[in-house]
Design a protein around this ligand. Structure first.
Ligand SMILES: C[S@@+](CC[C@H](N)C(=O)[O-])C[C@H]1O[C@@H](n2cnc3c(N)ncnc32)[C@H](O)[C@@H]1O
Length: 231
Protein backbone atom coordinates (compact mmCIF):
# COMPACT_ATOMS: atom_id res chain seq x y z
CA UNK A 1 0.00 0.00 0.00
CA UNK A 2 1.42 3.39 -0.89
CA UNK A 3 0.94 6.49 1.26
CA UNK A 4 -1.76 7.96 -0.98
CA UNK A 5 -3.87 4.78 -0.89
CA UNK A 6 -4.23 5.17 2.88
CA UNK A 7 -6.47 8.14 2.06
CA UNK A 8 -7.89 7.25 -1.37
CA UNK A 9 -9.02 3.78 -0.18
CA UNK A 10 -11.44 5.38 2.28
CA UNK A 11 -14.92 4.22 1.22
CA UNK A 12 -17.24 5.49 3.93
CA UNK A 13 -17.63 8.22 6.50
CA UNK A 14 -17.15 5.63 9.25
CA UNK A 15 -13.83 4.53 7.79
CA UNK A 16 -12.85 8.18 7.42
CA UNK A 17 -13.49 8.81 11.12
CA UNK A 18 -11.40 5.77 12.03
CA UNK A 19 -8.51 6.79 9.77
CA UNK A 20 -8.38 10.47 10.68
CA UNK A 21 -7.34 9.08 13.97
CA UNK A 22 -8.53 11.16 16.85
CA UNK A 23 -11.11 13.64 15.70
CA UNK A 24 -11.35 15.25 19.11
CA UNK A 25 -7.57 15.77 19.26
CA UNK A 26 -7.84 17.59 15.92
CA UNK A 27 -10.70 19.73 17.09
CA UNK A 28 -8.75 20.72 20.19
CA UNK A 29 -6.06 22.30 18.08
CA UNK A 30 -8.37 24.16 15.70
CA UNK A 31 -8.51 27.41 17.69
CA UNK A 32 -4.73 27.61 17.96
CA UNK A 33 -4.17 26.65 14.31
CA UNK A 34 -6.56 29.38 13.16
CA UNK A 35 -4.85 31.88 15.46
CA UNK A 36 -1.44 31.00 13.98
CA UNK A 37 -2.71 31.32 10.39
CA UNK A 38 -4.34 34.69 11.11
CA UNK A 39 -1.22 35.99 12.86
CA UNK A 40 1.42 34.81 10.40
CA UNK A 41 -0.23 34.29 6.99
CA UNK A 42 -2.62 37.19 7.53
CA UNK A 43 -5.34 36.20 5.06
CA UNK A 44 -7.39 39.20 3.96
CA UNK A 45 -9.86 40.26 1.29
CA UNK A 46 -7.11 41.74 -0.89
CA UNK A 47 -5.83 38.23 -1.50
CA UNK A 48 -7.62 36.88 -4.56
CA UNK A 49 -7.23 33.17 -3.69
CA UNK A 50 -6.06 31.41 -0.54
CA UNK A 51 -5.29 27.72 -0.92
CA UNK A 52 -5.71 24.95 1.68
CA UNK A 53 -3.63 21.96 0.54
CA UNK A 54 -5.09 18.72 1.97
CA UNK A 55 -8.10 20.52 3.42
CA UNK A 56 -9.58 17.33 4.91
CA UNK A 57 -13.10 17.81 6.23
CA UNK A 58 -12.71 21.60 6.10
CA UNK A 59 -11.70 21.97 9.76
CA UNK A 60 -9.81 25.22 9.03
CA UNK A 61 -11.88 26.36 6.05
CA UNK A 62 -15.02 27.37 7.96
CA UNK A 63 -13.33 29.56 10.61
CA UNK A 64 -11.01 31.16 8.02
CA UNK A 65 -13.58 31.83 5.29
CA UNK A 66 -14.81 35.18 6.74
CA UNK A 67 -11.26 36.56 6.39
CA UNK A 68 -10.80 35.48 2.76
CA UNK A 69 -12.11 36.65 -0.59
CA UNK A 70 -11.87 33.16 -2.09
CA UNK A 71 -10.71 29.96 -0.44
CA UNK A 72 -9.77 26.89 -2.46
CA UNK A 73 -9.56 23.52 -0.67
CA UNK A 74 -8.10 20.45 -2.36
CA UNK A 75 -7.81 16.90 -1.10
CA UNK A 76 -6.80 13.54 -2.43
CA UNK A 77 -9.66 11.59 -0.81
CA UNK A 78 -13.08 11.84 -2.42
CA UNK A 79 -14.90 10.68 0.71
CA UNK A 80 -13.12 13.25 2.88
CA UNK A 81 -13.80 15.97 0.33
CA UNK A 82 -17.50 15.01 0.21
CA UNK A 83 -17.61 15.46 3.96
CA UNK A 84 -15.98 18.92 3.59
CA UNK A 85 -18.58 19.87 0.98
CA UNK A 86 -21.36 18.75 3.35
CA UNK A 87 -19.93 20.81 6.18
CA UNK A 88 -18.93 23.94 4.22
CA UNK A 89 -21.17 23.82 1.12
CA UNK A 90 -23.07 26.86 2.37
CA UNK A 91 -19.98 29.10 2.25
CA UNK A 92 -20.18 31.20 -0.90
CA UNK A 93 -16.47 32.04 -1.13
CA UNK A 94 -15.22 28.44 -0.84
CA UNK A 95 -14.45 26.03 -3.69
CA UNK A 96 -13.38 22.41 -3.24
CA UNK A 97 -11.44 20.42 -5.82
CA UNK A 98 -10.35 16.78 -5.82
CA UNK A 99 -6.74 15.92 -6.61
CA UNK A 100 -6.11 12.87 -8.82
CA UNK A 101 -2.63 12.34 -7.39
CA UNK A 102 -0.06 14.62 -5.74
CA UNK A 103 0.06 16.77 -8.85
CA UNK A 104 -1.22 20.33 -8.76
CA UNK A 105 -0.93 20.49 -12.52
CA UNK A 106 -4.51 21.73 -12.92
CA UNK A 107 -3.65 24.95 -11.15
CA UNK A 108 -2.20 27.74 -13.25
CA UNK A 109 1.20 29.37 -12.78
CA UNK A 110 1.19 32.48 -10.60
CA UNK A 111 -2.48 32.13 -9.71
CA UNK A 112 -2.53 31.78 -5.89
CA UNK A 113 -1.80 34.47 -3.29
CA UNK A 114 -1.28 32.39 -0.16
CA UNK A 115 -1.06 28.71 0.74
CA UNK A 116 -1.44 26.96 4.07
CA UNK A 117 -1.28 23.26 4.86
CA UNK A 118 -1.64 21.64 8.27
CA UNK A 119 -1.23 17.95 9.22
CA UNK A 120 -0.77 16.93 5.56
CA UNK A 121 2.88 17.22 4.47
CA UNK A 122 3.82 15.11 7.51
CA UNK A 123 2.08 12.17 5.81
CA UNK A 124 4.01 12.48 2.55
CA UNK A 125 7.45 11.13 1.64
CA UNK A 126 10.13 13.85 1.77
CA UNK A 127 11.11 13.74 -1.92
CA UNK A 128 7.43 14.20 -2.81
CA UNK A 129 7.17 17.07 -0.35
CA UNK A 130 10.00 18.69 -2.27
CA UNK A 131 8.00 18.29 -5.51
CA UNK A 132 4.96 19.75 -3.81
CA UNK A 133 6.99 22.75 -2.61
CA UNK A 134 8.21 23.36 -6.17
CA UNK A 135 4.57 23.17 -7.30
CA UNK A 136 3.66 25.70 -4.61
CA UNK A 137 6.41 27.90 -6.01
CA UNK A 138 4.95 27.54 -9.53
CA UNK A 139 1.34 28.34 -8.62
CA UNK A 140 2.13 31.22 -6.24
CA UNK A 141 2.31 34.81 -7.37
CA UNK A 142 5.73 36.42 -6.84
CA UNK A 143 6.07 37.27 -3.10
CA UNK A 144 3.08 35.01 -2.46
CA UNK A 145 3.26 33.34 0.93
CA UNK A 146 3.13 29.84 2.39
CA UNK A 147 2.47 28.82 5.97
CA UNK A 148 3.16 25.12 6.45
CA UNK A 149 3.20 22.77 9.43
CA UNK A 150 5.84 20.05 9.90
CA UNK A 151 6.48 17.83 12.96
CA UNK A 152 9.80 18.50 14.68
CA UNK A 153 12.08 15.49 15.03
CA UNK A 154 13.71 16.73 18.22
CA UNK A 155 10.58 18.01 19.96
CA UNK A 156 8.47 15.05 18.86
CA UNK A 157 11.12 12.48 19.70
CA UNK A 158 8.72 10.21 21.59
CA UNK A 159 6.15 10.14 18.80
CA UNK A 160 8.97 9.53 16.33
CA UNK A 161 10.20 6.63 18.43
CA UNK A 162 6.68 5.21 18.63
CA UNK A 163 6.22 5.55 14.87
CA UNK A 164 9.47 3.63 14.28
CA UNK A 165 8.21 0.77 16.43
CA UNK A 166 4.68 0.63 15.04
CA UNK A 167 5.55 1.27 11.38
CA UNK A 168 5.93 -2.38 10.46
CA UNK A 169 3.24 -3.80 12.69
CA UNK A 170 0.52 -1.31 11.84
CA UNK A 171 1.50 -0.60 8.26
CA UNK A 172 -1.96 -0.23 6.74
CA UNK A 173 -3.64 1.13 9.86
CA UNK A 174 -1.60 4.26 10.35
CA UNK A 175 -0.55 6.87 7.82
CA UNK A 176 3.08 7.60 7.00
CA UNK A 177 4.56 10.07 9.46
CA UNK A 178 7.67 12.13 8.68
CA UNK A 179 9.66 14.31 11.08
CA UNK A 180 11.96 17.21 10.26
CA UNK A 181 15.00 19.04 11.54
CA UNK A 182 15.06 22.80 11.14
CA UNK A 183 18.14 22.55 8.92
CA UNK A 184 16.35 20.13 6.57
CA UNK A 185 13.46 22.54 6.16
CA UNK A 186 15.88 25.39 5.40
CA UNK A 187 17.51 23.35 2.63
CA UNK A 188 14.20 22.08 1.17
CA UNK A 189 12.70 25.56 0.98
CA UNK A 190 15.86 27.09 -0.49
CA UNK A 191 15.90 24.48 -3.29
CA UNK A 192 12.19 25.10 -3.93
CA UNK A 193 12.77 28.84 -4.41
CA UNK A 194 10.78 29.79 -1.32
CA UNK A 195 12.52 32.17 1.07
CA UNK A 196 11.92 31.37 4.73
CA UNK A 197 10.74 34.46 6.59
CA UNK A 198 10.29 32.75 9.95
CA UNK A 199 10.20 29.31 11.51
CA UNK A 200 7.89 29.18 14.51
CA UNK A 201 8.39 26.33 16.96
CA UNK A 202 5.34 25.45 19.01
CA UNK A 203 4.87 22.28 21.03
CA UNK A 204 6.06 19.47 18.76
CA UNK A 205 5.73 21.30 15.44
CA UNK A 206 7.45 23.72 13.12
CA UNK A 207 5.38 26.27 11.22
CA UNK A 208 7.25 27.70 8.27
CA UNK A 209 6.30 31.11 6.94
CA UNK A 210 7.83 31.52 3.50
CA UNK A 211 7.65 33.76 0.47
CA UNK A 212 8.12 32.93 -3.21
CA UNK A 213 11.30 34.75 -4.15
CA UNK A 214 12.09 33.40 -7.61
CA UNK A 215 10.77 31.23 -10.41
CA UNK A 216 12.50 27.89 -10.52
CA UNK A 217 13.12 25.99 -13.69
CA UNK A 218 12.06 22.36 -13.67
CA UNK A 219 14.58 19.88 -14.97
CA UNK A 220 13.30 17.85 -17.86
CA UNK A 221 15.06 14.56 -17.40
CA UNK A 222 14.87 12.19 -20.35
CA UNK A 223 15.64 8.68 -19.27
CA UNK A 224 17.35 6.36 -21.73
CA UNK A 225 16.91 2.65 -21.39
CA UNK A 226 20.13 0.70 -20.90
CA UNK A 227 18.71 -1.93 -23.26
CA UNK A 228 19.27 -1.73 -27.03
CA UNK A 229 16.31 -0.75 -29.21
CA UNK A 230 14.37 0.58 -26.25
CA UNK A 231 13.78 4.23 -25.76
C1 LIG B 1 -4.80 14.43 8.97
S1 LIG B 1 -5.80 15.04 7.73
C2 LIG B 1 -5.65 16.82 7.93
C3 LIG B 1 -6.77 17.60 7.24
C4 LIG B 1 -6.73 19.12 7.38
N1 LIG B 1 -5.57 19.71 6.76
C5 LIG B 1 -6.81 19.54 8.83
O1 LIG B 1 -5.84 20.12 9.33
O2 LIG B 1 -7.83 19.28 9.45
C6 LIG B 1 -4.75 14.75 6.32
C7 LIG B 1 -5.43 15.07 5.01
O3 LIG B 1 -4.44 15.14 3.99
C8 LIG B 1 -4.97 14.57 2.81
N2 LIG B 1 -3.82 14.16 1.99
C9 LIG B 1 -2.92 13.20 2.23
N3 LIG B 1 -2.00 13.14 1.24
C10 LIG B 1 -2.36 14.10 0.34
C11 LIG B 1 -1.81 14.53 -0.90
N4 LIG B 1 -0.72 13.96 -1.43
N5 LIG B 1 -2.43 15.55 -1.55
C12 LIG B 1 -3.53 16.13 -1.02
N6 LIG B 1 -4.11 15.75 0.13
C13 LIG B 1 -3.52 14.76 0.81
C14 LIG B 1 -5.80 13.41 3.34
O4 LIG B 1 -6.74 12.95 2.39
C15 LIG B 1 -6.44 14.02 4.58
O5 LIG B 1 -7.65 14.66 4.27
Amino acid sequence: MNEIQYWTDIKSEEEMKFKIISHSEFDNRTENDVKLILEYLQPNKNDEIIFDFGCGTGRLIRPLSPYCKNLLGVDISEVILDSAIKKCGDLKNVIFKPLQNDSLINLENNSIDKIYSFLVLQHIEKSKVFNILTEFNRILIMKGKVFLQFPSLLKGKNVFHQSLITKNQLRSLTPRLEFYLKEELEILFEFAGIKILEIIEEETDFYVLGEKEKEIKKLNIVLRSPFKNEK
